[in-house]
Design a binder for this molecule. Sequence first.
Ligand SMILES: O=C(O)CCC(=O)C(=O)O
Ligand SMILES: [Fe+2]
Length: 315
Amino acid sequence: MSTIKTPHFDIEPSPHTLGARILGLDLSKALSSACIEDLIKALGTYGVLSYPKQTLSAQELTRFSACFGELEINVANNYQEPGIPQVMILSNMVENGKPLGIADAGQDWHTDMSYSRMVAFSNVLYGIKIPFRDGKSLGNTAFCNMHQAYAELPEEVKEKIRGRTATHDFSKFWDKMRREKGSTRPPLTEAQKLAKPPVSHPLIFLHPITQRWVLYANPGYTMSIDGMDPSESEALLNFLFEHQLQERFQYQHQWQEGDVLMWDNLGTVHNAVADYLPHEHRFIKRCQVMATRFFNSDGTPRLPLSDQPHEPHAH
Ligand SMILES: O=C(O)CCC(=O)C(=O)O
Ligand SMILES: [Fe+2]
């Protein structure tokens, strides 16, 4: 596909259902709010944006990410950049017997923070060390397009889920990783469970950037459809999970060192492909941007993007 020129950067769309490369930006420099607005529009359109060949300090990664909304500080997580708790480390590397990061983050289909009252808007990952085998990079991040998944639902299913909410629970993913994936994560403590009580969100909503419908359910955290008979809820969720992960909705980002990868958590689900071995090292820094730009703290939508005041730029 041909390159699209915009005033601030060039967009190279992938030939797939999601994904575009953003060229001509140095993310270590402050970007204008007009540039950020255009990036947000591109994020809505392409779902997954990558910025190749970046060189960023943890501070610069934080500054760039904070242009898109409030950053999450994950209190349960031991793997944070010293002095910058907004930056989390994802890594399978071990130094002097100590893991450098979370080794198995996101290794099954999910949407970040759907278990939270304030959901995630965009996750920003900076790939510092990427494993390669036979010249091919490993540890892809895979995505599915939830605009397309919604559009291609059978009419009678759209009917069934219209106006419905579903319950999402943090412990679903955690417990599944322990039970089925041989994760060394410890069991969640009662205090951790209490800190992350289950929450409900609409099963479909108008995406705040595209103003098109998206399916907001994911196998990682979605437990049940509220107010529905449990067996009907289970059958319908299983249908939605199978539907949303179909090959034709999928796109995989193949990492190169120096990539910054950001995705739209409102319009996609993702999975960190665990196809590399312990000696094949991966080291990524990440900032999670919450959807404070689009939703109030009670979950009600804020103004559409075009009506929003410009977010002050963090210098
Ligand atoms: O490591 C990856 O490729 C993605 C991990 C993930 O799911 C996340 O950071 O939210
Ligand atoms: Fe994730």
